[in-house]
Design a protein around this ligand. Structure first.
Ligand code: IMP
Ligand code: MG
Length: 178
């Protein structure tokens, strides 16, 4: 375990197992879908989760990425900017947004609005982690990997000031590290 980690919350094996289940559910839901299905990863935190998840999706999908900035350190700045947009038109496309964690919900709310504004037919959200107790707006993930308590977590894509994204598990960051 990394020295800045207080404890491992979710092991790599648990994450892989959950990705298999979610991949199967998504494959069933979008089987024979009449429109193109595009998985949109929110950079950078979704990368390890999306990479694992799509291995277990057995239907035809395409992938793209979007980047939004909102966080500096452990607290939300409340101001979310799109810093990398999608490559192609999403008119007549069903979108599956892949997010590392839903905390206040502000990021995912804004991104859903943006995708509908760009003409998406439907937008569903898959989040590796959900901190329900921190929600300040009316938005939910359609699929959640794990519900977690209000603790600051790192690893499997999640960062603190851009560090720890490469840890193969989700751990709790030691208080003295922030
Ligand atoms: P929201 O807009 O408050 O829902 O924040 C979502 C974003 O905040 C996520 O994509 C993460 O980048 C970041 N975030 C929220 N909680 C944590 C955490 O515990 N560890 C690392 N990043 C977090
Ligand atoms: Mg993030």
């Amino acid at each position: 375990m990394h020295q800045d980690c207080k404890k491992i919350l979710i092991s790599e094996q648990q994450i892989v197992e959950r990705c298999k289940q979610l991949g199967q559910k998504l494959s069933e839901k979008y089987q024979n879908n009449p429109r193109k299905v595009l998985f949109v990863g929110i950079l950078k935190g979704s990368i390890p989760f999306m990479a694992e998840l799509i291995k277990h999706v057995s239907i035809d999908i395409e992938i793209d990425f979007i980047a939004a900035s909102s966080y500096s350190g452990t607290e939300s700045l409340g101001d979310i900017k799109i810093i990398k947009d999608l490559d192609c038109s999403i008119i007549d496309t069903d979108i599956v947004v892949i997010e590392d964690i839903i905390d206040t919900g502000l990021t995912i709310k804004k991104i859903k609005e943006l995708l509908y504004h760009k003409g998406a037919s439907n937008v569903k959200v898959v989040a590796l982690l959900n901190k329900q107790s921190r929600r300040i707006c009316d938005v939910q993930a359609d699929y959640v990997g794990f519900e977690i308590e209000n603790e600051f977590v790192i690893g499997f894509g999640l960062d603190f000031n851009q560090r720890y994204r490469n840890l193969p598990y989700v751990g709790v960051l030691k208080e003295e590290c922030y």
